[in-house]
Design a protein. Sequence first.
Length: 386
Amino acid sequence: LVLVLPKDPNQVLGPVVLGRALLVLLLPATVSLLGGLMFGYELGIISGALLQLQMDFHLSCFEQEILVSSLLTGALLASLVGGILIDRHGRRRAILVSNLILLCGSLILTLAGSLIWLVFGRMTVGFAISVSSMACCIYVSEMVAAHQRGLLVSLYEAGITMGILLSYALNYIFSDMTEGWRYMFGLALAPTVIQFLSILLLPTKPVVLNRWHCDSQKGLLQLQNNEDGEETKPEPCTEKHYSFLDLFRSRDNMKSRTLVGLGLVLFQQFTGQPNVLCYASKIFRSVGFQNDSSAVLASVGLGVMKVIATLVAMVFADKAGRRVLLIAGCVVMSVSVTAIGLTTPSPAFILLFSADCSWVPLPGPLHVVCFYVCILFLHKIVKVGF
């Protein structure tokens, strides 16, 4: 964030107002980062936990698949009703409720004594993180100026990769501990509680900051002025309303925007890259690593590669352009996908690095889609687009 003071000294606001405005910017950043952290953690923690669960519950291959996919099943259910819930009850309340649901799901997983409870807990967690991801991205995008939304979405993606790395690291720490999977699932409670407390400090309706008579808004405008001296103005709030069917009509070019958004999401999923995250430890175990600990440690390397690739994409996205990163990354990724069938772990590292470099600026399973939804769709139809 760049602080540019007005030329007229009389327009300079006091430190209290600026401090309040800075807090309004930092809190959404915290919420965005923690939201991504929880998403990435829940996505990656099953990789190492599955090795222990397979032994403790004598899971067959089909049962392991059910357990892994139950998270996505819950997320799918949430995607069908999440937009309606967010629209009816508000973003802030949706985040708070999703945090409570996530707490319940994490407790169920921690105390689970059978496969049924594990599947139910994973579905509950999947539902919660899906609603949270949608609500977080919409909420924080409305808290700041348009030119700062990309930064918060980048923080969300960085949080996802850090969450994946953290989950892999904890997988390794608890890999040799009896019923270590309980600790793996239980530690998700900490970031959930922190985000819950953070969101309590934020306003119920972020769009109220668009009112000129709000001191915090005046401070935000002063903080949001760019280096070229171009002043940020409150974004107009129109009274247009859109329905789900409007996504497929030519009004405001919605049909083309919808096709682009759907295409990016579907093709990202078709790469199979998200599945590598869930089965990383088993993949390394199957290609020659002698024990579970070494396989889990190798998955930590994948987490490190994801963080590095995310930072690379964040640095060069604005300079090289997201389209250039996408095309270059897809070329490398197509080669890597072919090579991943070889019996060495190296292709997996190449796959994850190229996939992240190309898809970090674009929508992922349920997360970075918010950035392009906010850009592709109008303010009043963002929730429908999600």
